[in-house]
Design a protein around this ligand. Structure first.
Ligand SMILES: C[S@@+](CC[C@H](N)C(=O)[O-])C[C@H]1O[C@@H](n2cnc3c(N)ncnc32)[C@H](O)[C@@H]1O
Length: 270
């Protein structure tokens, strides 16, 4: 009986650069418990096909779909296996991605190891994240490019630039969107759809799922309305609570919001 190989041992056979990058222990942590399932796995960026071969061995019951902007010679790269599918096109070409979606419909794991340019990383996320199944994972490799202006990153303004790292950092607020005590909050398209965002050295994992638990602190993004309802249901509606929460607290929230808008305007942060 042959022993079941772990991901690192398989990677050593094909010599994928995911080994040097040090990604494999993290991948194994996420994938070990699901490796025998029948999954649809999409990887952006094929190159020599080394990672496709690795995934094909590791996820024996799954379909591995690879896309690359360049033509890939399937025979030469030894990718002519039943569980590997290869397509040529760009990760940020809407028409091409639509064709991929029409062919495969939905995915369980999507790995972006393509151009690593900010514009492609963010656009592919917008195009493909909706096609992930619930509990599915969207992984982006080589996030070091976000600290390099030649890839559309920004090494000089780590917090407020529109780099790809900041795009993913901002997704963490989608985990807690229901807690935001801003009565003027405008909902975001990924609110309620993300259950986890994890960062590792040069790697990001985003887990899709239903995150629609109501806040215990705010009612429709208003702390003052929640407090008013809470107090009135315990002690009865009174003018005192009305003035405290519906008038005084509301005016305070409004001015605090105006102050922050002014600050953002002065600092040119939009
Ligand atoms: C780092 S290599 C992929 C390595 C492979 N995933 C592995 O681990 O063995 C990046 C690949 O992305 C491809 N690529 C670059 N820009 C792309 C784009 N816009 N859309 C799709 N693939 C792209 C390149 O042609 C190259 O083959």
């Amino acid at each position: 009986m042959t022993a079941i190989k772990n991901l690192t041992s398989i990677a050593e056979i094909y010599k994928t650069d995911k080994l040097e990058h040090g990604y494999l222990n993290t991948y194994e942590k996420y994938f070990e418990r699901i490796r025998d399932q029948k999954l649809k796995i999409l990887e952006i960026g094929i190159a020599d096909g080394k990672s496709l071969l690795m995934w094909s061995d590791y996820f024996k019951n799954s379909t591995i779909i690879g896309i690359d902007i360049h033509k890939i010679d399937i025979q030469e790269k030894k990718l002519d296996r039943n569980n590997i599918k290869v397509h040529q096109g760009s990760q940020s070409d809407e028409k091409f991605i639509d064709e991929i979606i029409n062919e495969y419909r939905d995915f369980d794991i999507i790995i972006d190891d393509g151009s690593h340019l900010k514009k492609d990383v963010i656009k592919s996320f917008h195009l493909l994240f909706p096609q992930l199944n619930n509990d599915g994972l969207y992984v982006v490799e080589d996030m070091q490019t976000s600290y390099n202006h030649f890839f559309g990153g920004n090494p000089f303004d780590l917090k407020f630039s529109n780099s790809h790292m900041n795009f993913f950092k901002n997704l963490t607020d989608r985990l807690n969107y229901q807690e935001i005590a801003n009565p003027f909050y405008i909902s975001h398209k990924y609110d309620a759809k993300i259950t986890n965002v994890s960062f590792y050295h040069n790697l990001v994992f985003v887990r899709k799922g239903v995150n629609d638990k109501l806040s215990k602190e705010v009612l429709n993004h208003s702390y003052e309305d929640m407090k008013f309802n809470e107090k009135s249901s315990r002690f009865g509606k009174s003018t005192r609570y009305y003035f405290k929460y519906k008038v005084f607290y509301k005016i305070y929230t409004f001015f605090y919001m105006l102050l922050n808008m002014l600050k953002r305007l002065l600092l040119l942060r939009f």
